[in-house]
Design a binder for this molecule. Structure first.
Ligand code: PLP
Length: 435
């Protein structure tokens, strides 16, 4: 029996409606930027396996780090124990993150990194004697994950609607979605007027606001929206002005994706909490990390056990994941990875900008290692039928892309070569010209 037949009999896949969608790709092996299927196809991974893979699949150095760590210590409880990979990874992350972040709290994935940040923020205020600060301001088009807290903070959408009864209320402010400006303005002449809505929410929320949660510079699943850096700077300024916390969800943007190690660097800001995951382990193992300032950490130091942060997962700080994370950071240094992402950005911009001239192309956006083409569409949503049609056309050509409805994006592992990017750009222009 083929892998696909066995899959059909026992599996339930994320985001997939088995009755109407194509069967999953039966992947048996992966190397570099390529996936190899049971039926003999070689497919270029144009989405870094859901945005996690950065150095390429089955990287010899990461494989070796994983194997070496497995021989030494594969897992140990992290409540009451510690180990070298967890300490070293925390030290290295804190050296790389904006100065002033001094503590790392490990968890399991992007959603839990966000849950941890929301819970720390909420309890921080409680520990300080301000328990009324429990409400968060988040942005329209936000996506922070699929667990209940992360869904609450995300945009009200197809992804969250079935669970509305479980979600806690948040205040939502405009995002700087310049192509579909919420103020009806144009970027060339606006003064980032959309920030006014965030200020209004902070004013109205007053001392009920625990924090502002943002995806800095690139709102991803909500439509690959690239920000002007001024909005990010403004979010920090306003959080300070209204005395609340700024939480940066860098689950996708962290580790070079926007051309800087962390997206917050584009506006030289330091958030109070930063959520990390995805490329943290270069796409090898599930792990989340939430970085916090010393002020936040200190609010939990008390002999009163009611002030303890009672949150922990079985695999918190898993040594295998930490070891791969450390080896991935070594690769950044050894291989000039950030420079590679910057070169990738230049190539993507040069290749995609001319597509603005094509019929049906609404907007072209590029940031770091992400190239985006938003197609004109009435529905402009995740269920837009353009998405599956485009995905099928690219797959025929040996390229894995998963458009978000009418938003086509290319986000490859940074290890991709110039020649391979050139090939992908040709596929994109040919397919777009033919639809
Ligand atoms: N935050 C952001 C910005 C994301 O893009 C994602 C996933 O795409 C998440 C959180 C959730 O991460 P995970 O899927 O690992 O739970």
């Amino acid at each position: 029996m083929s892998l696909l037949d066995r899959d059909r009999a026992c599996l339930w896949h994320p985001y997939t409606q088995a009755l109407t969608q194509p069967p999953p790709l039966p992947v048996v092996r992966a190397e570099g930027v390529y996936l190899y299927t049971e039926d003999g196809r070689r497919i270029l991974d144009g989405i870094s396996s859901w945005w996690v893979n950065i150095h390429g699949h089955s990287h010899p150095k990461l494989n070796a780090a994983l194997a070496a760590q497995a021989r030494e210590l594969e897992q140990v409880v992290f409540a009451g124990c510690t180990h070298r990979p967890a300490v070293e990874l925390a030290e290295r992350l804190l050296q790389l993150l904006p100065p002033g972040l001094t503590r790392i709290f490990y968890s399991d994935n992007g959603s839990t990194a966000v849950e941890v940040a929301l819970k720390i923020a909420c309890q921080y205020w409680r520990n300080l004697g301000q328990p009324q600060r429990q409400r968060f301001v988040t942005l329209h088009h936000a996506y922070h994950g699929d667990t209940v807290g992360a869904m609450s903070a995300s945009e009200d959408s197809l992804f969250t609607r079935a669970f509305a009864a479980l979600l806690f209320p948040v205040a939502r402010a405009h995002a700087p979605y310049c192509y579909r400006c919420p103020m009806g303005l144009t970027r060339a002449t606006c003064q980032i007027d959309c920030l006014g809505d965030l200020e209004r929410q902070l004013q109205e929320g007053g001392d009920s606001i625990a924090g502002v949660l943002i995806e800095p510079m690139l709102q991803a699943a909500g439509g690959m929206i690239v920000w002007p850096a001024e909005f990010l700077a403004g979010a920090r300024r306003l959080s300070d002005r209204y005395g609340t916390l700024l939480i940066a969800d860098e689950v996708l943007t962290g580790f070079g994706r926007t051309g800087r190690m962390f997206a917050c660097e584009h506006a030289a800001i330091r958030p109070d909490l930063v959520c990390l995951s995805k490329a943290l382990t270069a796409g090898y193992l599930p792990m989340g990390a939430t970085a916090a300032t010393e002020t936040l950490y200190e609010a939990f130091l008390s002999e009163d056990r009611g002030k303890t942060f009672f949150h922990g997962h079985s695999y918190t700080a898993n040594p295998l994941a930490c070891a791969v994370g450390l080896a991935s950071l070594d690769l950044f240094r050894e291989n000039g990875v950030l420079e590679r992402v910057q070169a990738l950005e230049r190539q993507l911009r040069a290749g995609l900008e001319p597509l603005r001239g094509l019929a049906g192309v609404g907007d072209v956006r590029t940031i770091g290692g992400v190239g985006i083409v938003e197609l004109e569409s009435e529905s402009a949503g995740y269920l837009d039928q353009l998405g599956p049609r485009l995905a099928a056309a690219f797959l025929e050509r040996g390229l894995l892309l998963r458009p978000l409805g009418n938003v086509l994006y290319f986000m490859p592992p940074y290890a991709i070569t110039e020649g391979e990017v050139g090939w992908v750009l040709t596929q994109i222009s040919e397919v777009l010209a033919s639809i």
